[in-house]
Design a protein around this ligand. Sequence first.
Ligand code: S3P
Length: 452
Amino acid sequence: MTQKTEISVPSDAPIPAASSRARALSGTARVPGDKSISHRALMFGALAVGRSRVTGLLEGEDVLRTAAAMRAMGATVERAADGAWTVDGVGVGGLAEPADVIDMGNAGTGVRLVMGLVATHPITAIFTGDASLRRRPMNRVIAPLSLFGATFMGREGGRLPLAISGNPTPVPVSYTVPVASAQVKSAVLLAGLNTPGVTTVIEPVATRDHTERMLKGFGAELSVEETADGGRVIRLTGQPRLSARAVTVPADPSSAAFPAVAALLVPGSEILLPEVGTNPLRFGLFDTLAEMGADIVLENPREIAGEPVADLRVRASALVGVDVPPERAPSMIDEYPILAVAAACATGTTRMRGLAELRVKESNRFDAVLSGLAACGAKVEAAGDDILVHGTGRPPRGGATIAANLDHRIAMSFLVLGAVGDAPVAIDDIRAVDTSFPGFVPLMNRLGMSLT
Ligand code: S3P
């Protein structure tokens, strides 16, 4: 095993970073593997019979936490010498009780989905996380998992640390997801895996469907019915025999967003981002950028491991403000901070509607976008759950220090803004970037950014 299978415990000392005006970006860069798919590959591999092989896994802190959680529950998860990962599963229903508290670090997806697994296993597990994860609401999964008969003991508001005892004799559930959340949908489906009978999840608004695609790939019996109003009804037959398989993880569109927007904004840039996932339920940012006038070409579209991918060629473009409808939010929920940066450099107003969920991400991104952009000299305002960015066609001046608040995407977004302002943009602490984008600084500098 190499050191990458270890979780590096970050030192207490913050590591500041700064970004100053970049030269034209050029070159080819493969961004790390998709975070959503990486978590699921480890979990489904852990529940399958046999040895799954995962290539292109995101080796970021969040995913390594999920690897450790699966090990703590009996699966064997290892990194092979060639960089691929192998998972020897225990079979659906075979998870063992972890011997200690499981620290999920910063990983909201990791903890919520693993709680779904535990809910219908005859085991008790105790979860905690970093200061960011301990602030985040868990009631959204506690409520539906309680319907399966799981019991919880947690802090006020269902916050971590919390203990969950799974129900050894769960009953299937039909659940309408009250917030557009792939994490909640997936937690319910994963609880349904070890429940006899059919578990049904109704989502009024479609969210990322990696769980559905991948469970089918591992051999589960699962159907997806699209409703007339854009929602979905997902039915999963419980207690399938999942079979080990090979998974190739595409590059993460949520990570590709950062070099892509940097290349759009820095005059003269042209970059190529290979093998980026283009799943329509993840691609809202790129659809929005296209409406803003971005020159992004999807070259060589193809499919890998059941997911559409393409090589993204991105050229610097003059952007105009647009109205982003609320129903697009689930397909770009993690991309609003970087879209706001692009909007601040565009001509005209961009209105991003229906962003309530941004308040409960790794940090309160709603407030972080407003205060950070204002500190950099952009004209921004809030109207209810909407954010309006009034672009002047010139990048904001920069010259501020932004508090990352343990939020990787806030840190990366403002470092991109620093590439175009008159004055550098600093971040108080860049360590959180490792949760989703290890190697961000060298990759961006190789393309032409000036990050220190
Ligand atoms: C994710 C779902 C989204 C997203 C997160 C990853 C997933 O969260 O923000 O980064 O992998 O299911 P919500 O489901 O809470 O919107």
